[in-house]
Design a protein around this ligand. Structure first.
Ligand code: NDP
Ligand code: 2IT
Length: 447
């Protein structure tokens, strides 16, 4: 089996060797899915996984825009249309200076499995740009988004490819992108998700990724006779996912000890309560400030510059910032300090070494493609509401989100239980996600 996996990875590396994040994401899937393929004849000899690692289409384009001083800038835009076997391409747009083809291909690849797990009919895609919205005026962000959509609009559509937000793309950016799409196409349609409430957005979509991550953590805890009540929770990030993970964990009675951004983390020994979280939301979403300002306002908090929060003693850890933000040493510290559950709100925040430590320590570990699927699942619900031209209540969307997260949890357990009863959620998520897409690809022939 080792040899089979190595031969496969050698082939992937030959084509994509210069793309470390993409290789990392494929390796994790190959290690769990290739043994499954070997045991299931229908997938033998079809090169399904080899087909799945090659994007159906990769679009890269120039985005030229003018700043407030009249200076012209050039950024690179992308859309990776990875797999459309089970539905239109679906996945977020990331605006961050680190964006490149490797990062977007890893995200698009993960998205294929994640979207399959949601039980909804969505293929996988991802896109974005190396544009940095930080420090830009609203007008500059608008001009960039409009320029980006001038090209992107040719490649997307409500039945073709439906982008949404991700790092650096929130409600403001989705508004500007939607406005330009509508103007060019003269069509009011559900081409993006994460839209505003009054123009086609779904209730609960802003909350969905963070809430879903906590629902998933709660399911993992409950199947092991525990829950979130009274537990100490460490969270990284302070953006969309981190904020709503914190909110839902608070609702379920947990104590939130940390939040972070790319400059460091804050540790509040009294816990981040509802009022403090409201301050964080205003600071990050309206004032676009830094998390260090929290420690200036609240005396129980300390800001640790340039550090990550994983050495803080906790029961539950929710990495909600970015890829590879939690390494093997961090994982060792978490396990040693008694952490029993890690649920990824971000995409691939744990390195392979970290995942190894969690599995060795036999703690509950959920990979992002399972535990953060609530965001895209609710995007799927937004698409349904757009098609039906109706709007479901908050309670209805939240209940559907909960049900979907429970279904994903059950699928992971179905395919991930080891002989000793330990659930390997990585294996479970990869195989469950693979089966649905692979079966559709088999039915559709070699295309
Ligand atoms: P936001 O842009 O709202 O927030 C991102 C947060 O992560 C910020 O606090 C940011 O800090 C921090 N961050 C970003 N890059 C780094 C870095 N290199 N090192 C340390 N911290 C960093 O994004 P989201 O909350 O939407 O996304 C967070 C994660 O969740 C991403 O991995 C994303 O792919 C994933 N995700 C998002 C979904 C969604 O619906 N939005 C759905 C599923 C997954 P700073 O402000 O300093 O940059
Ligand atoms: O990584 C993700 O799942 C997202 N950024 C959300 C994608 C979506 O289409 O809602």
């Amino acid at each position: 089996m080792e040899a089979k996996i190595k031969a496969f990875m050698d082939e992937v590396k030959t084509r994509n060797g210069h793309e470390p994040e993409f290789i990392q994401a494929v390796q994790e899937v190959a290690e769990t899915v290739i043994p499954y393929i070997a045991k299931h004849k229908i997938y033998n000899g079809k090169n399904i996984l080899l087909r799945m690692v090659e994007p159906e289409r990769l679009v890269s384009f120039r985005v030229a825009w003018v700043d407030d001083d009249g200076e012209i800038h050039v950024n690179r835009g992308y859309r990776i249309q990875m797999n459309s076997a089970i539905g239109p391409y679906k996945g977020g747009l990331r605006f961050h200076p680190t964006v490149n083809a490797s990062i977007l291909k890893f995200l698009a690849f993960e998205q294929v499995f994640k979207n399959s797990l949601t039980t909804l009919p969505m293929g996988g895609g991802k896109g974005g740009s190396d544009f940095d919205p930080k420090g830009k005026s609203d007008d500059e962000v608008m001009r960039f988004c409009h320029a980006f959509m001038l090209e992107l609009n040719r490649h997307i559509g409500p039945n073709t490819d439906v982008p949404a937000g991700d790092i650096g793309v929130g409600a403001r950016e989705i508004g500007f992108l939607f406005g330009m799409y509508k103007k060019i196409r003269n069509e009011f349609t559900g081409v993006l998700t994460g839209k505003g409430r009054s123009w086609g957005g779904s209730l609960i979509r802003p909350e969905a990724t963070g809430y879903g991550t906590v629902y998933f953590a709660q399911s993992m805890m409950q199947t092991n006779g525990m829950d979130l009540k009274g537990k100490d929770v460490v969270i990284s990030g302070s953006g969309n996912v981190a904020q709503y993970a914190a909110e839902k964990a608070l609702h379920l009675g947990a104590k939130i000890l940390t939040l972070s951004d790319s400059q460091g983390y804050i540790h509040d020994t009294d816990g981040i309560d509802e009022e403090k979280l409201a301050y964080v939301m205003d600071l990050k979403n309206n004032k676009r400030g830094r998390i260090s300002e929290y420690a200036d306002k609240y005396s129980a908090a300390t800001f640790y510059k340039g550090e990550t929060p994983w050495t803080v003693k906790c029961d539950i850890a929710l990495p909600c910032a970015t890829q590879n933000e939690l390494d093997g040493e961090d994982a060792k510290a978490l396990v040693k300090n008694g952490c029993v559950c890690v649920a990824e709100g971000a995409n691939m925040p744990s390195t392979p070494e970290a995942i190894h430590e969690f599995h060795e320590g036999k703690i509950l570990f959920a990979p992002g493609k399972a535990s953060n699927a609530g965001g895209v699942a609710t995007s799927g619900l937004e698409m349904s509401q757009n098609s039906l031209r109706i709007s479901w209540s908050r309670e209805e969307v939240d209940q559907r989100l909960k049900d979907i997260m429970e279904d994903i949890h059950d699928s992971c357990v179905k395919y991930g239980k080891d002989d000793d009863g330990y659930c390997n959620y990585v294996k479970g998520a990869n195989i469950a996600g693979f089966v649905k897409v692979a079966d559709a690809m088999l039915a559709q022939g070699v295309i």
